[in-house]
Design a protein around this ligand. Structure first.
Ligand SMILES: [Zn+2]
Length: 202
């Protein structure tokens, strides 16, 4: 990944985003960057929304099993209040779940000379921009968009297919569905299916 210059050429803070579909390795890439900064003896603070308890509330985990310690904070938390004065790097996973207010905090943190690394889903299961991601992508100095492999046709996957009881989810299904038997898989634009009301009635 072409990120050589950002770690050595800056005299200021900046924002970098790792975005993409589920199963594209976003958390793994975030963890890789955190570990590299840690090896360079930089102070890194890692955050995640308290909604994400996939594996463990205290860690950022990748699907492949590697993990780093993280602080779970509320989606509307004032993240600026958590930043220590001697921090060099702030990393936030699942940034798409945070509220709009985090954007001005991110700008302030980068303005303090801190490297800010954000990882998040760019599109929801409908294939539409996820929450604050459009603004996040615009304020960032660097954006890396990762792809997975479509489970249907092996093209590069840019969409997250949501399945409820093994069937494609309907357009009007809520983005966060608690307690349902659901799963997700990476698909390309052509293989991504969203059921809309008209189709169900036909
Ligand atoms: Zn496909």
């Amino acid at each position: 990944m072409a990120i050589n210059f950002r770690e050595i050429g800056h005299k200021t803070g900046w924002v970098e985003v790792i975005c993409g579909v589920m199963f594209s390795g976003k958390s793994e890439e975030l963890i890789r960057r955190i570990k590299r900064a840690t090896i360079a003896k930089q102070k890194v603070q890692v955050f995640k929304p308290d909604i994400d308890n996939r594996y463990d509330p205290l860690f950022v985990n990748s699907h492949s099993g590697i993990k780093v310690q993280a602080l779970s904070i509320k989606q509307d938390a004032k993240i600026l209040d958590y930043i220590d004065p001697d921090t060099n790097v702030v990393a936030i996973d699942e940034i798409q779940f945070f509220s709009q207010d985090i954007i001005q905090d991110i700008e302030k943190i980068a303005g303090m000379g801190i490297r800010v690394i954000l990882a998040g889903l760019d599109l929801d299961f409908k294939g539409q921009p996820f929450g604050i991601m459009p603004q996040i992508l615009c304020i960032a100095e660097y954006v890396d968009k990762l792809h997975a492999i479509c489970v249907k046709c092996t093209s590069p996957a840019t969409r997250t297919q949501r399945l409820i009881n093994d069937q494609p989810a309907r357009y009007e299904d809520p983005i966060i569905l608690v307690g349902a038997s659901e799963s997700y898989e990476p698909r390309c634009r052509d293989c991504h299916i969203i059921l809309v009301k008209e189709m169900q009635l036909a």
